[in-house]
Ligand binder design. Structure first.
Ligand SMILES: Nc1ncnc2c1ncn2[C@@H]1O[C@H](COP(=O)(O)OP(=O)(O)OP(=O)(O)O)[C@@H](O)[C@H]1O
Length: 474
């Protein structure tokens, strides 16, 4: 072997050692990544994956190497193929991968050597943890929401004339200490308005307490609102307990579903309004309180007075500043801005990137009567987004659930719920299951309208609240 050849071989050997070192280096880097990585060649066949990829998808080298790039995809198109076709990187695409249908976000970049496309490399982030944290955050926010007034007038979406009128009245009322009566069907935004009024008022740094008069049993409501003294009843706490009115001193109390309050409790409430003081259950000492009352109802209080279930004197006391919140069917121009607002909310909750509604889908929403109002719209959009593929960004007609206007929602028999043959199931369990199915089905059929649901099932609204709470559907 002459000297030149020897030198060539030596430099080739050094190059190979260098390349091997480089390869080991690269493999170590790729394998140490906590994000899943997959590499395909110019034809879209799998070349390399790292351990994080196997942990995330459950797929090993045997499933991937030499296989087409879409072998791991359970929902969505292959981003490797897209990058190989266009030669351009893609970022932040949501998709589902592997047999476990894992939700992931993918970034894919082309590998170009000397101007020639040689393949592509994908970095895949698992969004499960992110979603869990988002859920936790939402839960924490829900708890905080219960403790404070979260919404302001900025959160009330809509530009229709009747809504603007209601907002203007509410803004005016916020500047006064007057009692406000919010009237409107279920799901129209009465609670939202109550929050906004409190937050715009001088009481905004003090407590906002929401009490659903229909969700608390008659016996409990009085002691929850006005508190009780030690020994007031069996089971009363030692030292007694402050009620919501004392807790809300200096702030606002929001009495939702006030039409459900029983006569005796109404008399006590009247006293707070007139005298600005209360007497705890089982006590005799008057306690001064300074609380602004915002009440809400979706029942006809005038009729309730005629029926003898609502006190006329209390009615005049709370009806100082009535505000009517219009149902959604009378302000269809609000459907688009409301939908876009709700879509943004769902994007955050579900980690999606939905941008808009197709005009046909919007027309369908505008043709519908919305017995459950904005709460129902929220539900319909949430379900539509669940029906969408991760790569889709526009809600199409086909994504919407069936929306049928019911001319006479209170008529028509209830469907018979089938009882599955199950020898293990006790009668009480069968009854409970059938009750749950029936209540939830009618609640859904009425567009989540509680008044209509209670009417249709022939139960009181209080009983309905109890059942919805029991089945976690409040
Ligand atoms: N104008 C609006 N803009 C944005 N969101 C709204 C609007 N109105 C209502 N919503 C939303 O719709 C849902 C129902 O509203 P809310 O609970 O305030 O209604 P409600 O009239 O108090 O219902 P119910 O009588 O059944 O208690 C909530 O999630 C609320 O945030």
């Amino acid at each position: 072997m002459n000297g030149d050849k020897w030198a060539d071989m030596k430099s080739l050997a050094e190059e190979i050692i260098g390349l091997k070192e480089m390869q080991t280096f690269l493999e170590a880097i790729i394998n140490s990544s906590e994000d899943a990585i997959s590499v395909v060649d110019a034809w879209g066949n799998g070349m390399m994956i790292n351990p994080a990829y196997t942990r995330l998808t459950g797929l090993t080298s045997e499933h991937i190497i030499g296989q087409p790039a879409d072998a791991d995809i359970s929902e969505g198109e292959s981003m490797h193929m897209k990058v190989l076709q266009t030669g351009k990187p893609v970022r932040g695409v949501h998709m589902k991968v592997g047999p476990k249908n894992k939700d992931v976000i993918v970034n894919v970049a082309p590998v170009i050597v000397d101007h020639v496309l040689k393949g592509s490399v994908a970095v895949i982030h698992d969004t499960t943890e992110f979603k869990r944290l988002t859920r936790e955050l939402e839960k924490a926010k829900r708890i905080i929401r219960k403790l404070e007034a979260k919404y302001t007038f900025q959160d009330i979406i809509g530009t229709s004339e009747p809504l603007i009128h209601a907002v203007e009245q509410a803004r005016k009322s916020a500047l006064t200490p007057a009692t406000v009566l919010l009237r409107g069907e279920s799901g129209t935004g009465k609670e939202l308005f109550a929050h906004a009024i409190h937050n715009e008022s001088t009481r905004r740094y003090n407590q906002f307490i929401r009490v659903n008069c229909a969700a608390i049993s008659d016996q409990l409501l009085e002691s929850e609102l006005f508190g009780y003294e030690e020994g007031a009843f069996t089971g009363a706490k030692k030292g007694g307990k402050r009620g919501f009115f004392e807790e809300a001193n200096g702030g606002t109390i929001f009495l939702d579903e006030i039409g459900e309050m029983k006569f005796n409790t109404q008399a006590k409430l009247l006293r707070v309004l007139q005298e600005k003081e209360l007497v705890r259950v089982g006590g005799s000492k008057p306690i001064p309180v300074d609380v602004r009352i915002i009440a809400a109802t979706n029942v006809n209080l005038e009729k309730a007075i005629q029926n003898g279930t609502f006190r006329e004197d209390l009615y005049y006391r709370i009806n100082v500043m009535p505000i009517f919140i219009p149902p959604l069917r009378y302000r269809k121009e609000d459907i688009l801005p409301l939908s876009l607002h709700l879509i943004r909310k769902f994007n955050q909750e579900y980690g999606r990137a939905v941008m808009d509604l197709h005009p046909q889908a919007l027309t369908r929403l505008q043709d519908y009567e919305w017995p459950g109002n904005i709460r129902e719209l929220e539900n319909v959009l949430g379900r539509s987004i669940i029906n969408m593929k991760f790569s889709e960004t526009h809600i199409l007609l086909g994504h919407l659930p069936e929306l049928v206007n019911r001319k006479a929602p209170l008529e028509g028999p209830l469907e018979v719920v089938s009882i599955q043959e199950n020898e293990q199931e006790k009668l009480s369990e069968i009854l409970s299951r059938v009750e749950k199915e029936t209540v939830l089905r009618v609640y859904e059929q009425t567009g989540f309208n509680k008044t209509e649901t209670a009417k249709r099932l022939g139960i009181s609204i209080r009983n309905l609240y109890y059942k919805l709470d029991k089945y976690d559907a409040c």
